[in-house]
Ligand binder design. Structure first.
Ligand code: SAH
Length: 426
């Protein structure tokens, strides 16, 4: 979501001021930090980067510094108390107001702070995306109304708000005209999508949205991220019969302990979670299932942690992200004792990561000596002369081929597997 927002910021600045992004901060007229506050570590990095930028501003005092994203939203005025060199503070829902804020600084020497949530206004002010990549993100909803006890998102991005069906279809139709082949529907909880169709105000849910998107000529593949299990309904599972919807599902579970899940207010049990996975595998037996895990949540005993390990084994997730619990200001969990010692949290994290690494290897090795349909996305960043693309199950494949194949779907023989990607041959 943050990289999507950063692209939108770049589009806006190019549209309003003809600005172009550059790589050297010491030569920039405007420095923007688009921040994340999901865990404390991400937040701390903001202030160390601002410290480096202060030195740039000392040498070139006309350089403007803007801080956006969720740390800005959470800290508001405090950003400027800790970092007085910051000229503009904007939030994830006010990034479209950045051009006006820049003008304010330049013309009125007023230093604006705006981290409000003006509902969905943002999307009306963003210029059309000109992406001509093979795969493009399209934001369909923003924010979260789930209020899981550990999570800061509802407070920094606001509650769930969906774009209208018409806006989304319009944006995707334009992307496809520019040559985009794969659409990744993006949101904090995509499957909570509840938009309206403008002509009759009919409410459209996520599975219906996928159906509409798949009917757009030129859309070849559809992915989505991220989902919450309680909105993973049967109609969405049925939608996996749609052959444009890719075979990968990222469904964060956080913990394998019913006690911890209820403390986190996730509103489902492990049994219910396993049932969803079983049902989706009935429709798509080879689907890639990945998840997020938090270790060391307040009250997580050895036994509760082992239940997480058991769930990972039982479900056989083929990849995932795992995190040490990080206390976030203003969340309900922050008022509970953060009682698992850091050394144990680290140990648990490495146990989870080892198992996931092994599962991932197993899943990739099973693909060796098979043929896979791969959508070619571009040139490999690691090896020159090589291209990369993704299987229908979202696994990256590197292979030697002429550049003219970028944007095409081709069949590859998978010859070997690395830690997290595959090597293929035409
Ligand atoms: N909407 C998704 C979450 C996306 S946030 C859901 O509700 O499942 C991405 C991931 O960051 C989460 O799945 C969670 O594993 C992790 N995360 C969020 N808050 C955290 C915290 N306070 N400490 C550690 N990890 C956290």
């Amino acid at each position: 979501m943050n990289s999507y927002d950063s692209n939108k910021i770049a589009d806006l600045l190019s549209h309003h001021f003809n600005m172009t992004p550059i790589d050297e901060p010491q030569k920039a007229d405007l420095l923007i930090l688009n921040t994340c506050s999901i865990r404390e570590k991400a937040q701390e990095k903001v202030f160390s980067e601002l410290g480096r930028w202060r030195k740039i501003k000392n040498i070139r005092p006309k350089t403007l510094i803007a801080v956006g994203g969720c740390v800005a939203s959470q800290e508001g005025k405090n950003i400027r108390s800790r970092a007085p060199e910051v000229d503009i503070v904007f939030g994830p829902q006010t990034l479209h107001r950045l051009p006006k804020m820049i003008e304010d600084v330049l013309e009125k020497e007023h230093k604006p702070i705006d981290v409000s949530f003006p509902l969905i206004e943002k999307f009306d002010y963003l210029p059309q995306s000109h992406s001509s990549s093979v795969s493009a993100y399209v934001s369909i909803m923003e924010g979260c109304s789930k209020y899981c006890t550990f999570c800061v998102v509802p407070y920094t991005r606001g509650e769930e708000v969906s774009r209208t069906l018409d806006e989304i279809i319009f944006e995707i139709s334009n992307l496809v005209k520019n040559g985009v082949k794969e659409i990744i529907l993006l949101g904090q909880n995509v499957n909570a999508y509840k938009g309206i169709r403008l002509k009759d105000n009919k409410s459209i849910n996520f599975s219906e949205l996928i159906r509409y998107v798949s009917n757009i000529k030129g859309v070849q593949r559809i992915r989505h991220t991220t989902s919450h299990p309680i909105d993973f309904t049967d109609d969405l599972i049925e939608e996996y019969r749609n052959n444009k919807l890719c075979s990968n599902l990222h469904l964060p579970v956080q913990s394998g302990s019913d006690f911890i899940l209820s403390r986190m207010k996730r509103k489902h049990t492990t049994l219910e979670y396993k049932k969803m996975i079983r049902k989706v595998r009935l429709v798509r037996p080879d689907i890639s299932i990945t998840s997020d895990f938090i270790v060391g949540y307040p009250g997580e005993t050895k036994q509760y942690f082992e239940e997480t390990i058991n769930l990972i084994d039982e479900v056989g997730f083929d990849d995932g992200y795992s995190f040490i619990y990080s206390k976030r200001p203003g969340t309900p969990a922050a008022y509970e004792g953060d009682d698992v010692p850091l050394s144990i949290k680290k140990e648990r994290l490495s146990v989870v990561q080892d198992i996931i690494r092994k599962n991932s290897r197993k899943y990739l090795e099973k693909l060796i000596n098979t043929k896979q349909e791969v959508l070619v996305e571009g040139e490999s960043k690691k090896k020159s002369g090589e291209l990369f693309g993704r299987t229908f199950t979202n696994k990256i494949v590197h292979f030697k081929a002429p550049k003219s194949l970028v944007g095409k779907t081709i069949e590859l023989d998978i010859v070997s597997a690395n830690r997290s990607s595959l090597i293929g041959r035409i």
